[in-house]
Design a protein around this ligand. Structure first.
Ligand code: SF4
Ligand code: SF4
Length: 111
């Protein structure tokens, strides 16, 4: 049976926190707990005029890959609510091929 995961094209992540909030609502989590947590690197200047500022959301051990929503034929809540459309859900085999398209993507396997 195919294993599923999340592919995050973090080059386009704006750091909006929508995935965090959507996930907390979906899982009914208390304040301070997350199914996915946004991390922020920077800002710092590592060379004249060159800045590090990166946002990457990281699923936690509480992520269920939205099994209940998916069983109803929906996509995961975080994927649906990402305005930047930088998250995808699907079989790991298919998502892993997309890693070849361009850099600054991460693939999460949570099964
Ligand atoms: S797939 Fe569902 S449970 Fe996992 S991070 Fe996204 S919203 Fe949360
Ligand atoms: S909803 Fe999308 S753009 Fe916003 S923080 Fe999450 S991954 Fe980034």
């Amino acid at each position: 049976m195919a294993k599923y995961g999340l592919l995050i094209d973090y080059n386009w992540c704006t750091g909006c926190h929508s995935c965090e909030v959507a996930c907390q609502m979906e899982l009914g989590l208390p304040v301070g707990q997350y199914g996915i947590k946004l991390t922020e690197l920077g800002p710092w200047e590592y060379a004249p005029g060159k800045w590090q500022l990166t946002y990457v959301p990281i699923p936690t051990d509480q992520c269920t890959l939205c099994d209940k929503r998916v069983a109803m034929g929906k996509i995961p809540s975080c994927v649906q609510h990402c305005q930047a459309k930088c998250m995808q859900y699907g079989p790991l085999e298919e998502l892993s091929k997309l890693l070849l398209d361009h850099p600054k993507q991460v693939l999460y396997s949570l099964d």
